[in-house]
Design a protein. Structure first.
Length: 219
């Protein structure tokens, strides 16, 4: 058992209010590291690549709740549809339709978060506020019976500027209030990563995605 990973994990857990879920982001990390946290009671793990996610699902205990947190191509949805617990990164109607189709084939309802673009960087994915609201109000989304919108996700700017991060987190929390009026119960807010999760929690996050703070730097 990797003692440093256990120490890091316990430090993060100490800072977590009861209502906040921890997604341990295990991308690029070996299954042994995941098993270490599993033995400590962690059950939610996040991956950002479909192939790695599928491999780990096959090799690890079946009561793990797998979250897809990275950009997802429509053509790869079928690989994760049989088992995925939550997709954080829904950034188009096309992708949502594909998830619904594959969920139906597997006789499942798949939980999803809409990803909103809140960062300064143009390279990050996500809906604008208006695009997301329009989608939730659209006739198309009402036809999708095999997906469930559980809330919103956002990736903040990669910066140490606390004021900028706070404003971006507040923005996503405001969007969440609007989306939960349109779809009651869609109250999850996935925001906050290793460098900024405490600030995200202060601003309303209900799901944090923490990798390197627990597992150490990636290769």
């Amino acid at each position: 058992m990797n003692k440093l990973i256990v120490q890091n994990f316990e430090k993060v857990k100490q800072n977590l209010p009861k209502q906040v879920k921890l997604v341990a982001v295990s991308k690029t990390k070996p299954k042994e590291d995941i098993e270490t946290l599993y033995q400590k009671g962690q059950r939610i793990f996040g991956e950002n690549r479909v192939e790695e996610l599928v491999t780990k699902f096959k090799e690890l205990p079946k009561d793990i709740e797998w979250h897809m947190i990275g950009h997802l191509q429509s053509k790869k949805v079928k690989k994760i549809a049989p088992f995925i617990s939550l997709i954080h990164s829904i950034d188009s109607l096309k992708l949502l339709i594909e998830v619904n189709k594959e969920a139906k084939k597997n006789n499942r309802v798949i939980d999803c978060l809409l990803q909103f673009h809140i960062a300064q960087e143009e390279s990050k994915y996500g809906f604008s506020e208006q695009e997301g609201i329009d989608l939730l109000n659209s006739a198309e989304i009402k036809k999708l019976k095999n997906i469930q919108i559980k809330g919103v996700m956002g990736m903040a700017t990669f910066t140490s500027n606390q004021e900028l991060l706070t404003s971006e987190f507040k923005k996503l929390a405001e969007i969440s209030k609007l989306t939960s009026i349109i779809i009651p119960g869609s109250t999850e807010i996935s925001m906050g990563m290793s460098g900024d999760y405490l600030l995200a929690i202060q601003n309303g996050s209900t799901i944090i995605r923490v990798g390197s703070t627990i597992f150490g730097p990636r290769n």
